[in-house]
Design a protein. Sequence first.
Length: 182
Amino acid sequence: MKASNLTSFVDMTRRIAVVTAATMALAFGAAATAQPGGGPGGPAGAGRHGPGGEPFGAQVIESLKAKLNLNTAQQQLFDQALAEAKAARAAALADRQTLRDTVRAELARAEPDLAAVARSADAVEARNRALRNQVRDRWLQLYATLAAEQKAVVRDALAAAMERREATRGRMIERFRERLGG
């Protein structure tokens, strides 16, 4: 192989390695942190989020609205929390698309700036975390106004939802083990 061909081959191999490394870093890092839901299917608990990006408890509270018999003040808090949750989800989805665009632009360059990609991913993660905390606090503000009977309805629904998620997780783990042959 001629020296110029070898140099071209090494350059091509180096570019492939950079793209592969960037793709792996994004697949396991930036992409996961930019998800509005904080990742797929995590169990319920403090600081955890369900599908759609709203805090897990918010989904349960929303589904229980009729059972809670909210008074006027509680209804206002509920509507505010729901509006904030929807706005936060929309913002998170937009941030995720912006991050994808940033990654594509960097990967199109001869020498992608992976540090710029990491900074963008960190910024998206920080914005989304702040939005999730804001929404969570709004739902907790509503929860604080609930009577003991209303809180019991929420508690029971959260416990049932958590059991369903754990059962689903157990089935997924079992299927994964079966696929691995053991």
